[in-house]
Design a protein around this ligand. Structure first.
Ligand code: E4P
Length: 216
């Protein structure tokens, strides 16, 4: 299972990269806007940190032609750029063209299994179901992931499933149990994955007991 970090914050990306647990980065316009920085230097800084790992950057055009043009420009920034295309009919048409140009795509804002099926048929490199946003409206997001994983296995689609809009460690656990290819995780949740109170208690106890060992 691959872990991407879902942030545009270079500090968070550096910390996760140094932990040795991340395989890529996903961003979106909201995450980029939080950094309050010029887009290009921000992405250059992130790319320097992640050393060729994939980074998803989103297009803003709503029409196919605009998406394709933006995607081509973004892809020029490096071989590791993955272009996020919204799951619309215009987006599907853009994906078809970008696949032919070998530009990697991440179909974003996927909320149903049939949307995922269409994205896979169009040849998307990645498909991103947003599970937290479904949970927010009382629909179990992880059910969608299970359905997509089954459909992709049934037909041997090459698209990878990125579980997105992750809110807590149980989302990561369930994604792993289902066998999703990737989870894109906020930094705070990566930290939460590492924590266990019994680990902290155990360390304290070992340190306390070590003090009792006679030393010359
Ligand atoms: C994924 O690629 C998106 O950037 C992200 O997971 C969206 O998460 P949110 O629903 O917490 O905004």
């Amino acid at each position: 299972m691959k872990f991407f970090i879902d942030t545009a914050n270079p500090g968070e990306i550096r910390k996760a990269y140094e932990m040795g647990v991340i395989d890529g980065v996903t961003t979106n316009p909201t995450l980029i806007s939080k950094e309050n920085r010029d887009f290009i230097p921000l992405i250059e800084e992130i790319c320097e940190i992640i050393q060729g790992l994939p980074i998803s950057l989103e297009v803003l055009s709503l029409k196919t032609e605009g998406m394709i043009e933006e995607a081509r420009n973004l892809a020029e920034m490096g071989d590791n750029i993955v272009v996020k295309i919204p799951m619309t009919i215009e987006g599907l048409k853009a994906i078809k063209v970008l696949v032919a140009e070998r530009i990697k795509t991440n179909t974003t804002l996927v909320f149903s299994p049939t949307q995922a099926l269409l994205a896979a048929k169009a040849g998307a490199t990645y498909v991103s179901p947003f599970i937290g946003r479904l949970d927010d409206i009382s629909q179990t997001g992880m059910d969608l992931v299970a359905q997509i994983v089954t459909i992709f296995k049934n037909y041997g689609f090459g698209s990878k499933v990125i579980v997105a809009s992750i809110r807590h460690p149980i989302h990561v656990l369930e994604a792993a149990l289902i066998g999703a290819d990737v989870a894109t995780i906020p930094y705070k949740v990566i930290e939460q994955l590492a924590q266990h109170p019994l680990t902290d208690i155990g360390i304290e106890r070992f340190l306390a007991d070590w003090k009792k060992v006679p030393k010359k």
